[in-house]
Write a protein that binds this ligand. Structure first.
Ligand code: APR
Ligand code: ZN
Ligand code: ZN
Length: 361
């Protein structure tokens, strides 16, 4: 029986989002209906409602979510009703070239929820990042559900579904931070702060946080940064070199998404160091570097897509570390809100006041 639930919908470009009645169909083959318990508010939700991703309005927003599987369709074996799960926005196919080579984090054919949820008055909804979890219930591909320890709070678990995983994964997966490394993180919003936490988790001995906002640097320090640099007043490349005996950091993580910060990241790394771009650039952005500087420095320039995560491997591990008190994730939940407060949360996010507002259902 299709169910009627409340969900946050962006009807048209730039229009404030509203809570509307959404019809959730029964799960088909390979699908699951999840009762959402918590869903974080991410910049990408705002990008959807601003028409910055595509024009497939109306959208049902929300994609950093955790909840309980309520129903599964035929052929679903990995999850069952009652399982506590984190949702991910890229269920891997298992068949493409990347998957067959054992690197499913680069899957070419990830599949997400099919767009079968509708508004009560008819139009089909496009789920943001294939999830659509600012809703009491949502229909997803079963592969988007990863079972984790239900002792974790839904708010914290949900955040692992996107921004926090992107940051931690940039450090532990893409950057390959190791014990004793020095790491610099440029841009300490939610993603950069998660990279700070990831660098600590991986055993970095020095974690240098760089931002233009002192409030952000204070937070980064409370999450484990050992040094902070305000790049509005201090040249961050020189500061990182000064802090590393003139060499530069082993891994530099850029979490802003601008050519000038990427350039800073490039020059702040050690000769054989790694630069990881996590910040998402816009299509018109360009980066010009003297080839001799690229050639002469070795190391690696990498981008990190979803923290190069494998949900089935990384979500349960990070939840377990969190439950053991070895990974502080509570600090990322700066406030909890109701379903009808998402529009206000966008405004707060814009002002840079919060790490994450999380909708609790
Ligand atoms: N130099 C250093 N820090 C900067 C600069 C700059 N020139 N410009 C902005 N910042 C800082 C901001 O002060 C803020 O702390 O970068 C941080 C960006 O944080 P958020 O706006 O909270 O964004 P976040 O959610 O962390 O995402 C960062 O990663 O995944 C991507 O799409 C995401 O591109 C975005 C980036
Ligand atoms: Zn997100
Ligand atoms: Zn694949």
């Amino acid at each position: 029986m299709p169910q009627h639930v409340r969900g946050v919908v962006a009807r048209a470009k730039g229009e404030p989002v509203r809570v509307e009645t959404v019809v959730v169909p029964d799960p088909g083959p390979g699908e699951a209906v999840v009762r959402v318990q918590a869903c974080g508010v991410c910049h990408t939700d705002l990008h959807y409602r601003e028409g910055g991703i595509n024009d497939d309005f109306p959208f049902i927003l929300g994609h950093e979510a955790a909840g309980v599987v309520e129903q599964v369709g035929p052929d679903v074996t990995d999850v069952a009703p009652g399982d506590f799960v984190i949702l991910n926005w890229r269920a891997v196919c298992g068949r493409c070239r990347a998957c067959r080579r054992g690197r499913p984090q680069y899957c070419f054919d990830t599949h997400n929820a099919r767009q079968r949820m509708t508004l009560i008055d008819g139009p089909e909804l496009s789920p943001a990042l294939g999830i659509g979890a600012f809703a009491e219930k949502t229909l997803v591909a079963a592969g988007q559900c990863t079972k984790v320890d239900p002792a974790a709070s839904p708010a914290v678990a949900g955040l692992l579904g996107c921004g926090v995983m992107a940051g931690i994964g940039a450090a532990i997966n893409t950057g390959g931070v190791g014990r004793g490394d020095t790491v610099a993180v440029i841009g300490c919003g939610g993603v950069g702060d998660a990279a700070v936490v990831g660098a600590r988790l991986a055993g970095a001995v020095k974690v240098i946080a760089v931002d233009i906002d002192d409030r952000k640097l204070t937070t980064a320090r409370s999450l484990g940064a050992t040094h902070t640099v305000n790049s509005r007043t201090t040249d961050p490349v020189e500061a990182v070199r000064d802090l590393t005996g003139g060499f530069g950091a082993d891994v530099v993580i850029e979490a802003v998404g601008r050519p000038e910060t990427y350039r800073q990241a490039f020059y702040a790394r050690d000769l054989a160091g790694t630069v990881v771009l996590v910040g998402v650039p816009t299509p018109e952005m360009r980066l010009e570097l003297p080839l001799l500087d690229v050639f002469g420095r070795g190391g690696a320039l990498k981008s990190s897509w979803y923290g190069d995560c494998l949900p089935s491997r990384d979500f349960p591990m990070l939840i377990d570390l969190h439950l053991q008190g070895r990974l502080d994730l509570d600090a990322f939940v700066s406030d909890t809100i109701a379903l009808d407060e998402v529009e206000e949360a966008f405004a707060r996010m814009h002002k840079g006041d919060v790490l994450r507002s999380v909708v609790i259902l």
